[in-house]
Design a protein around this ligand. Structure first.
Ligand SMILES: *Cc1c(COP(=O)(O)O)cnc(C)c1O
Length: 514
């Protein structure tokens, strides 16, 4: 089709849409703003300035190419697009490893208090004492909950926290004259950000093999620890998620941490799965030296599109001097941002980002913590684990369970029982879209073929979980009965069906016009 014919067709479509015929029910097809524009309808209609000579001469371009559309068209365009965003406020969101829990409205109310919402990070400290106190208290809660007394709130996401944490470890090794330690141990089930972070910090990754039980064994750990030097002298640290990405608690973690420490390495714990432990155990007690906390997971602040993430890190007393600046201190009831040029922080690795972190998220997280209290946070972990185990117990005869026994806050299934009928994890995920459910995490962790990682969180009621279980059981039953063709066609009622994700990633078409 020529470019002109294409524009004509699109214009027709736009006009149909304007007449209310553009969508399927209320499930609108949505084209680009440029496709909606009509040359005879300029978006802004300003008179030519008269009697005014342009001091810079005529601009080289008469237009910067903004789409010529009216205000209601713009508003409707973006509001319709926003309805394409699935969110935790729409429905069940069982993405494993992501902890998609409810974001309480109380948090939002607190974050909008003018004293928090209307301040500027460059204001003098004596005018923002309340905000500094809030951050100081958040540091305190995080230290209490992790058993790790050094806290830095500045990282802007979990992956940024990993970077901050590994840079803290590197800084400590350098300060102790251990710069020759160049290896970081990472299990094969790890989230991709772990090896990526260690590599960015200049470390070589050595993989620890996950056993058939889905957990680390002391043997596999020792094999990795001593693979380079007899005493593990080349190992700077390890990055382990506990509970791990298979949803299982690492039972050998204490002897593993002891051996690592003996070899002079630090234990970085990826804290993304902290929702399973919060209020129950302090990770410092199982040997953790550094841990990031995803406030947008465990402490209910919105993820990604709903607001920035936030990934504070917590460290042992030994590592605290190396933390990034600023940290918040309190002396004589006065709160201050402490930088490296002041007494107490000369060994800091420096600044990681502008200002002090995602302050709005700090408000929300502390609001969540304080409204739950110590007992409520403990119940969060208990209910999250209970919900995941309920799903596991209900689906274990319909789907293959790769690792025996109870899980923590997320349960892992695979498509092994469906695959012979030609129904894969991808088909199951697409069928869930058709049935109005956001799919679980698929094909992760990589150590399990056809993985489906389901994390209901404590947010969900038994009713909501039962409905999801019913759909999952129907998929399994239809597959077993050979009624499988439909699974390859789903989703049918979404604005887009199955995309060629590989092609889209490899050869993205980012321009409207060729
Ligand atoms: C979410 C997650 C991360 C990364 O956190 P972001 O905030 O998305 O950067 C790291 N590790 C694990 C196991 C996670 O689930």
């Amino acid at each position: 089709m020529s470019a002109e014919a294409k524009v004509e067709e699109l214009t027709m479509r736009t006009m149909n849409e304007a007449a209310g015929e553009g969508g399927r029910g209320l499930n609108y097809e949505e084209n680009l703003l440029w496709e909606k524009e009509r040359s005879d309808h300029p978006g802004v209609d300003l008179p030519e300035p008269e009697g005014m000579a342009l001091r810079t001469g005529r601009p080289a371009r008469e237009t910067i190419g903004l789409p010529q559309v009216s205000e209601p068209q713009v508003v409707r365009h973006f509001v319709r697009l926003s309805t394409w965003n699935y969110s935790i406020d729409h429905g069940f969101f069982p993405l494993g490893s992501c902890t998609m829990k409810h974001n309480p409205r109380l948090n939002e109310k607190m974050a909008r208090l003018p004293g928090f919402a209307h301040i500027h990070p460059l204001q003098p400290e004596n005018t923002v004492q309340g905000a500094l106190k809030l951050m100081y208290e958040l540091q305190h809660w995080l230290a209490e909950l992790t058993g790790l007394p050094g806290v830095c709130l500045s990282p802007a996401a979990g992956a940024h926290g990993e970077l901050a944490g590994m840079m803290t470890i590197r800084r400590a090794h350098e300060a102790k004259g251990n710069g020759h330690k160049k290896v970081v141990l990472v299990p094969d089930s790890a989230h991709g950000t772990n090896p990526a972070t260690a590599a960015i910090c200049g470390y070589t990754i050595r993989t620890i093999k996950t056993s058939e039980t889905g957990r680390l064994t002391l043997e596999a750990f020792k094999e990795a620890l001593y693979a380079g030097q007899d005493d593990g002298g080349d190992v700077a640290g390890m990055m382990v998620t506990n509970p791990n990405t298979c949803g299982l608690f690492e039972r050998e973690i204490i002897p593993i941490a002891d051996l690592l420490h003996e070899a002079g390495g630090y234990f970085y714990c990826d804290g993304a799965n902290f929702n399973a432990l919060v209020g129950k155990i302090r990770p410092g007690a199982f040997g953790v030296d550094v841990m990031h906390i995803n406030l947008h997971k465990t402490f209910s602040t919105p993820h990604g599109g709903g607001g920035p993430g936030s990934g504070p890190i917590c460290v042992t007393e030994e590592l605290a001097p190396y933390l990034p600046v600023p940290t918040i201190t309190c002396e004589n009831d006065t709160y201050r941002l402490q930088y490296e040029d002041e007494a107490g922080r000369p060994e800091s690795l420096g600044r990681l980002r502008g200002f002090v972190g995602q302050f709005g998220m700090h408000v929300r997280a502390l609001s969540y913590m304080m409204s739950h209290g110590a007992d409520g946070l403990k119940q969060v972990a208990e209910d999250a684990v209970l919900n995941a185990n309920y799903i596991l117990s209900q689906l274990k005869d319909d789907y293959h369970v790769p690792y025996e026994g109870p899980c923590m806050h997320e349960c892992l299934l695979t498509d092994k029982m469906q695959k012979d009928q030609g129904v894969t994890t991808l088909d199951i995920a697409k069928t869930l879209c058709e049935r109005g459910y956001h799919p679980m995490t698929v094909y992760f962790p990589l150590v399990v073929n056809g993985a489906m990682l389901i994390e209901p969180t404590e947010t969900e009621s038994k009713d909501a979980i039962d409905r999801f279980i019913t759909v999952m059981k129907e998929i399994a039953a239809d597959t077993a009965a050979g009624d499988t063709d439909k699974f390859h066609a789903y989703p049918e009622s979404t604005p887009r069906r199955r995309l060629d994700e590989v092609l889209a990633a490899r050869q993205p078409v980012l321009n409207w016009k060729e």
